[in-house]
Write a protein that binds this ligand. Structure first.
Ligand SMILES: C[S@@+](CC[C@H](N)C(=O)[O-])C[C@H]1O[C@@H](n2cnc3c(N)ncnc32)[C@H](O)[C@@H]1O
Length: 296
């Protein structure tokens, strides 16, 4: 089941409201990708809050999500690296236990800075409700061998906390077919997360049939991946135009949104068949080439 709700996540993250929409009120996993308070011009929310107010607001969101999470359930909270201390503090204050601070290394050019090193990564804090995750599947990937390695790996390698094999869809270079565009070619949302990112997160931290929450659903990447993996999902989005985009995207099942071609990359994961359902809606992969996400 995939549910899209239009409104403010702080208001909608309420047991009785979720129940009215037949949504489970205990989530296995939440992907939190909020607006970054960068002063962007959004119609439905203020992206230029005083920093204290912004982090108080996200503290409330994390507290609500915690309340609605199963014991051992997970949150993946994505933000800019310069805000790492705030992200960790917010999670700590709302009861979450940090498991990993994942470095999602960008593939495009780094953001230059005069006073410190150029910024080349984004952080994703992976935390759980309680000390131990209720689900954690150790994924193995077929990452290409770096030139300095001598021997091929027969069984791939475990995914570590540095994710340097997932290409972001940021602007500034050709983001490929996966990026949603208006008819004039401009991007629908430059913060669109890649399906490869959500695929990894959902595969590692959920089981078939689990409920996944995305309180800042944007273009609906989390829902698109959850649907194909046989997870239930609810996405909340404040901008009605983005809600239309999500509904369109879920209905369209674009070849570029298919996760099928990424399965090969995870083939060394021992329990892959039990965590990656093939009995789910099929996104056509006709005319798709193997994505070049994973080359060094
Ligand atoms: C960084 S984007 C998320 C991008 C998303 N991960 C994707 O793959 O497209 C943040 C989204 O949160 C939405 N948003 C902002 N404030 C919100 C709120 N209070 N409740 C729900 N959604 C909100 C914005 O409209 C925006 O689409």
């Amino acid at each position: 089941m995939t549910v899209v709700l239009c409104g403010d996540c702080l208001e909608l993250l309420d047991r009785s409201i979720l129940k009215q929409h037949s949504v489970e009120t205990e989530f296995a996993l939440t992907f939190l990708d909020p607006p970054f308070n960068q002063g962007k011009d959004y119609a439905f929310f203020d992206d230029e809050l005083p920093p204290d107010e912004y982090w108080r607001w996200l503290t409330k969101v994390c507290a609500k999500v915690y309340e609605l999470t199963l014991d051992g359930g997970a949150i993946y909270f994505m933000h800019r690296e310069k805000n790492a201390e705030h992200v960790l503090r917010v999670l700590w204050e709302t009861g979450w236990t940090l498991q990993n601070l994942i470095i999602w290394q960008k593939r495009t050019s780094a953001v230059p800075n005069q006073w410190r090193y150029s910024k080349a990564y984004q952080i994703i804090a992976f935390a759980t409700k309680g000390r131990k995750p209720r689900v954690f599947h150790r994924l193995r990937i077929d990452a290409p061998l770096r030139p300095e390695y001598r021997y091929e790996r027969e069984n791939g390698m475990f995914v570590t906390d540095v994710w340097d094999d997932i290409r972001e869809l940021t602007s500034g270079y050709y983001a490929g077919d996966e990026a949603l565009r208006h008819p004039d070619g401009t991007r629908v949302c430059t913060q669109q997360a890649p399906i490869a990112l959500l695929l990894r997160i959902l595969l590692a931290s959920t089981n078939l049939g689990d409920w996944v929450l995305d309180p800042f659903a944007g273009t609906g990447t989390t829902l698109v991946v959850a649907e194909q993996l046989g997870r239930n999902a609810v996405g909340i989005e404040i901008d009605p135009q983005m809600v239309d985009v999500i509904r369109w995207r879920l209905n369209e099942r674009r070849p570029a949104d298919s996760i099928a071609l990424l399965r090969h990359y995870y083939r060394f994961t021992p329990n892959l068949d039990s965590i990656w359902s093939t009995d789910t809606p099929c996104y056509s992969t006709i005319a798709l080439q193997i994505p070049k996400l994973f080359a060094w």
